[in-house]
Write a protein that binds this ligand. Structure first.
Ligand SMILES: Cc1ncc(C[n+]2csc(CCOP(=O)(O)OP(=O)(O)O)c2C)c(N)n1
Ligand SMILES: [Mg+2]
Length: 637
């Protein structure tokens, strides 16, 4: 140790100096892993990370308005960059830190890398309780930052400056691992951030983290090929992993050679161009008739880069063939093993390449392929029908989605996360490239939309970014409009106002609960009206257009479909963040297509509609499958 050159610097300075020197490389392409640091300063980080950022302006600091939002920005940025680049996020202690917990969960659930650096209470403790400190009577080794543990893939608290020497490399290992990535949290006590230490110079040398394309076990691969060859009705479920791995072109070659059709998950939509004849479109609870019909009778489901959420499996009712088997290609053993599958653990691109070679000469039977082609075409016609609805007096959501899809440049990005939009977009959006459809549906976090749009735009300046957002999500988090103006990243926000929760309103109706608590209206006789209030309700005096204008956005208000089309044209040519406000009909919905989603209904109630809904639910529950006994599965063969 004594002969080594060292740099005497604060722990916070060492963090920034280290982050600046971290690179990733995949397929021979090298790039810095961090695009900079988002942050909001307070006493918990200003003199530590804040001072370090000020001293090292080459590691760009960006100011956000809300800590949750800045994590969403970083997450969306990482998603757009296929997990090869992200931001660090610094916060003060207390509320600044816990505001990031929701962002951390969003990143971890979606398997996207973000580095969180919340400030923490004094390690030396003598001045405790400091402002915003949570006290505990049973331990002094506790702070609100412990809340990050379950939502982080790696969590550490740095109570001595030299601990960063072992913590940061661990953080990098997890962040750059496709199988392990998610939120990484390093809680940094505010006193330790400012403490100096003689760090070895070598710690700051440029380090390149190779993002590996792990190849699958050969035997598993051969078995996979054998299963495919004996299958009559195979179906690929393409998840986000296909896109993150950059395996989309290979997927197309794979399906062209084998004739196996593809259903796409929320994160996997865009894996294959919408107009490919073997693309059945969205699968599952928000799926198309084409994908759900084929799923029902599939005898082999080939999951590629999917975590099989309940939306993908229609709560385990989508796959009904009595002898259906699963074969899962995934970087994460955890996901590969789901549904008692034959697990093929490896990178999607590397695996598809090898699997394709083993499938030489194989093709699905002609009648299966023609059934798929027919369903594909019928679905296309259904989308066309919904795009052409001209609902009066308020337009339908489906036609507005159609207008955005048709009027946006083919290389644009559409960002969305929560409400009724994700289900409609999953079905109706015509994804023309792998980044066209940016949906955060792992956490479906209201508030992700605008911040996420900014992250996507920062990652892809050259593309137009459309944020599709409901009035509920808009009200929950619109703060980053300001950041988009400050940093001059133009977004086009499409704000669909239906005075409340269209999504939960229709969910509520399906449960026999009449839209209770889902409308933005004044209470009547001390009760908030649901559907029974009809149009005879007093709406709230909220002016979302004025709100957006007040944040610095260019605002276009429209009433009709043709106003909306004109607004889209105008927004395209405006040079700053634009918000298109339109009211849409709360009740006119895109239908479901032979799918289900399990939301439990009250077992006993005084409400007759709830009792009826409960009976229907009980029947559907019977259809949920466990996939415990699969002939010839990995464990029995
Ligand atoms: C942070 C958060 N809180 C609650 C929910 C549950 N939730 C899902 S959609 C929704 C309503 C969204 O309203 P809006 O953005 O207006 O979209 P709409 O349903 O009207 O299309 C709610 C409350 C959520 N997904 N995220
Ligand atoms: Mg709404």
């Amino acid at each position: 140790m004594s002969n080594q050159t060292t740099r005497y610097m604060t722990m916070a300075q060492s963090v920034i100096a280290f982050l600046k020197s971290q690179y990733v490389e995949r397929d021979g392409v090298e790039q810095p892993f961090f695009a900079g640091c988002f942050g909001i300063f307070g006493h918990g980080n200003i003199a530590g990370i804040g001072q370090a950022l000020q001293q090292m302006p080459e590691f760009r600091y960006y100011q956000a308005r809300n800590e949750q939002a800045m994590v969403h920005i970083a997450t969306a940025f990482a998603k757009t960059r296929n997990r090869l680049q992200t931001f660090a996020c610094t916060s003060s202690i207390g509320p600044g830190a816990t505001n990031m917990v929701t962002g951390a969960a969003t990143a971890t659930i979606n398997r996207l890398p973000v580095l969180l650096l919340p400030g923490d209470i004094f390690a030396r403790r003598n001045v405790a309780p400091v402002l915003q400190q949570l006290e505990s009577e049973h331990s002094q080794d506790i702070s609100v930052n412990d809340c990050f543990k379950p939502v982080s893939r790696y969590w550490d608290r740095i109570t001595r400056p030299e601990q960063i020497l072992t913590a940061l490399p661990e953080a990098m290992r997890v962040l750059t691992s496709p199988a392990e990535t998610g939120a990484v949290t390093l809680a940094l006590p505010q006193d330790v951030q400012a403490e100096a230490y003689a760090y070895p110079e070598a710690f700051f040398h440029k380090r390149v983290w190779r993002v590996l394309r792990n190849r699958p076990d050969r035997k598993a691969l051969e078995q996979a090929a054998a299963w495919i060859r004996t299958s009559q009705r195979p179906l690929i479920v393409a998840g986000g992993g296909v896109i993150y791995s950059g395996a989309t072109e290979l997927l197309q070659r794979f399906v062209d050679q084998t004739g196996i059709p593809v259903g796409e998950t929320m994160a996997g939509k865009g894996s294959l161009s919408y107009d490919h004849p073997l693309n059945l479109g969205a699968i599952g609870a928000t799926g198309t008739l084409a994908a759900n019909r084929i799923a029902r009778e599939a005898d082999l489901v080939i999951g590629i880069g999917t975590r099989y959420s309940d939306f993908t499996t229609s709560s385990k009712t989508a796959f009904r063939h009595p002898h259906v088997r699963f074969l899962n290609v995934n970087v994460a053993a955890f996901d590969a093993a789901k549904h008692l599958a034959l697990p093929v653990v490896g990178d999607a691109q590397a695996t598809l390449e090898e699997l394709l070679a083993l499938l030489d000469g194989y093709h699905v039977e002609a009648n299966y392929r023609s059934q798929v082609a027919q369903l594909h075409d019928a679905w296309d016609a259904e989308v066309e029908r919904i795009y052409a609805v001209r609902h009066q007096p308020l337009p339908s959501q489906g036609e507005l989605i159609g207008a955005v899809n048709e009027r946006s440049a083919p290389n644009a990005i559409m960002v969305c996360a929560a409400g009724s939009l994700p289900g409609d977009l999953h079905k109706l959006w015509r994804a023309r490239h792998p980044k066209n459809y940016h949906m955060e549906y792992g956490y479906s976090c209201m508030g992700y939309e605008i911040a996420g749009g900014l992250g996507a735009k920062m990652a892809a300046h050259e593309r137009d970014v459309y944020v599709m957002v409901g009035d509920g999500s808009y009200l929950m988090m619109n703060s980053e409009i300001v950041t988009s103006i400050q940093e001059n990243y133009k977004l086009i926000l499409v704000l669909l106002d239906n005075h409340g929760f269209k999504s939960i309103g229709s969910l509520s109706r399906s449960l026999g609960q009449d839209g209770f608590g889902t409308r933005y209206t004044y209470p009547r006789n001390g009760v908030l009206p649901g559907d029974e209030g009809g149009s005879d309700v007093q709406t709230l005096p909220v002016d979302l257009a004025a709100n957006a204008r007040s944040l610095g956005a260019h605002v276009i208000e429209c009433k009709t479909y043709s106003d909306f089309v004109a607004a889209l044209e105008q927004a395209r040519t405006t040079d700053r963040t634009s918000v298109i406000c339109i009211q849409n009909d709360r009740y006119e919905s895109v239908p479901g297509y032979e799918s289900w989603w399990d939301v439990p209904i009250a077992e006993v109630s005084t409400m007759p509609k709830v009792q009826i809904a409960r009976k229907e639910w009980e029947a559907m529950r019977e259809q949920e499958r466990l996939f415990l006994e699969q002939e010839g599965s990995a464990n029995t063969e």
